[in-house]
Every structure is written in structure tokens, then in C-alpha cells.
Design a protein around this ligand. Structure first.
Ligand SMILES: Nc1ncnc2c1ncn2[C@@H]1O[C@H](COP(=O)(O)OP(=O)(O)O)[C@@H](O)[C@H]1O
Ligand SMILES: [Mg+2]
Length: 270
């Protein structure tokens, strides 16, 4: 069975891309088969995994062909993923911005990713598909939310984080997403970029109460995370200490909460 999880928030800079990258790398280290999809035209996730399509290809058509774009438009299949740190990656490119315009012109294409991933699901190739989104409430977010089984909210323990996360949850649960995609569920959030302050601890307690728990807390690590981005290495591969441990703990909890932890002795797909 393949579980599709969209990492989402309308807020920028809350560690969506870092969470998508590190959770995927950690799941792969735990033996899971992971397809990671970058659906943000800013391509931070792809670049932070060393896959800069806009640098690699001169022609816009060529970099667009490496993204989900053609499959969403129905003009081609999903590309062959790149292999990075044990994860299969469908990268993004700045050309994915054109997809937003196409979605505006023909809203029926908003189910394009869902249809493309139905085939991935049917192939049984992956245990998990993780989708990174751009900070929007627009059509690209809808594209990624209609394709998903679960929404993962990265939430810094501060006013901005809590406000954005709570809003997305109510939008998914009370808005149209669950009507269009009845299986869609909001996971307990991952608390990100958490400083060691009294205020952050108060917000953490509030998040735990409002969401009935979290998938774990990632501390603010101003040395480690910029280095992961600069060196294009996911945190669980770059760090051997606490930074890695907290990401691995989130991945373990994610498997537990989603009911996708492998059962010892049972072969895959049984
Ligand atoms: N735990 C953390 N500690 C310190 N910096 C972090 C942490 N998580 C993410 N960052 C940094 O915060 C910035 C925003 O993270 P990013 O994942 O790009 O956010 P988003 O995708 O939500 O815009 C990046 O520069 C990233 O390196
Ligand atoms: Mg991002």
C-alpha cells in the first residue's frame, strides 16, 4: 500500500521543504521505499538535494520535462525519478510556475497529480509518496491536497506557525477538500525550528492540546539546517548526533501514527 502525504502550509519559511527532505531521507533509512515530489516552483527542496534542474538544463522545456508538469497537463508521463540519498525524487524547476497559469486557465487539471499518482499507487513501487508544496492557498496547493491521503503541517511554536497550521486544518476539515477527497486526513503537526524559550514551550503545549499531540519537535539549529541546504545533504545524513535523532524520531512516529510501520517478519506488500 502507498500512503501519499502532502507537506503543507500557506506560510513560507516554516520548514516545509526541510521537513519533506529530512522525513523522506529518514524513512528511506528505516527501509521505506519513498518517492519525494517537489511541487514548489521555487525548487528549494530539489536544490537542497543537489538537483537543480534550472542549472542543469538550458531549455525551459527540458527542465519542465523533469517535473510533474507534463503528467499534470496530460501531455506526458511522470519523469523517471532521480535517486538521492535512498529516495526517488521528482524535482521541481522554476518552469513549474507555468503550471499554475495552466491550472488557472483550465481548472479541471487540478486532479492531474491525483490521476498520475493513481498509477504510481497501482504499481506498488513505493510505501510513501511525500509532496512538498509552495506557500499558497491557490491551485498548486489544491493540486497537492487532492492527490494526498494525509496532510502534514510543519509548525514553528509561535503565533505565525500556530495560526497557519490551525487555518489549514480547518480548511481541510471544514472546507471543500474533504468533500472532494474524502480520505484526506490531517496528521498531528511536526513542531519545527523550536527555540528554547518559555514562549515556545507555551506554544508547544497549546499545539499539543489543540492537535492531540505532535509527531515530534525539531529544535532550532542555526548551524545544522543552513549547512544541510548549502551542502545539499539531508540532516539525517549530515549529522550523527541530536539533530539526526530528532528527525529519525519524527519518522518513527510518522510510521506509527499512519499505521505504516513495517511488521516484523511480514514480507512487503503482504
Ligand atoms: N530546525 C531548524 N533550525 C534552523 N533553521 C531551520 C530549521 N528548519 C529549517 N530551517 C531553515 O529555515 C529556512 C526555511 O526552511 P524551509 O524548509 O525552506 O521552509 P519552507 O519550505 O516552509 O519555506 C531555511 O533556510 C532552512 O534551512
Ligand atoms: Mg519550501
Amino acid at each position: 500500500m502507498t500512503l501519499i502525504t502532502t507537506v503543507h502550509s500557506y506560510a513560507g519559511g516554516v520548514a516545509k521543504s526541510a521537513t519533506a527532505r529530512d522525513l523522506s531521507a529518514a524513512l528511506a533509512l528505516l527501509g521505506q521505499r519513498v518517492l519525494l515530489i517537489d511541487a514548489d516552483h521555487q525548487a528549494d527542496l530539489s536544490v537542497s538535494l543537489g538537483a537543480d534542474m534550472d542549472e542543469q538544463y538550458e531549455r525551459a522545456e527540458d527542465s519542465f520535462a523533469q517535473t510533474i508538469g507534463p503528467a499534470v497537463l496530460g501531455t506526458g508521463p511522470l519523469p523517471t525519478p532521480l535517486s538521492v540519498f535512498g529516495v526517488d525524487l521528482i524535482p521541481s524547476s522554476i518552469t513549474l510556475y507555468n503550471l499554475e497559469k495552466e491550472l488557472k486557465a483550465d481548472i479541471s487539471m487540478v486532479v492531474g497529480l491525483r490521476y498520475a499518482l493513481d498509477e504510481v499507487r497501482a504499481s506498488g513501487t513505493y510505501d510513501h509518496v511525500i509532496i512538498d508544496t509552495n506557500p499558497t492557498l491557490g491551485d498548486m496547493a489544491t493540486l497537492a491536497l487532492l492527490a494526498a491521503d494525509r496532510v502534514l503541517l510543519p509548525m514553528p511554536p509561535n503565533r505565525k506557525g500556530l495560526r497557519a497550521g490551525s487555518f489549514i486544518r480547518s480548511r481541510v476539515e471544514k472546507g471543500h477538500y474533504q468533500r472532494l477527497n474524502p480520505g484526506l486526513q490531517v496528521l498531528p503537526p511536526v513542531v519545527t525550528q523550536a527555540p528554547n524559550t518559555v514562549l515556545a514551550r507555551q506554544y508547544l503545549a497549546e499545539i499539543e492540546e489543540l492537535f492531540g499531540g505532535t509527531l515530534g519537535v525539531i529544535k532550532h539549529r542555526p548551524g545544522l539546517y543552513p549547512a544541510a541546504m548549502e551542502r545539499s545533504i539531508p540532516v539525517p545524513h549530515l549529522n550523527r548526533g541530536e539533530g539526526r535523532a530528532e528527525v529519525m524520531a519524527v519518522a518513527g512516529r510518522f510510521l506509527e501514527v499512519t499505521g505504516t510501520a513495517p511488521v516484523a517478519g511480514v514480507p512487503r506488500g503482504a
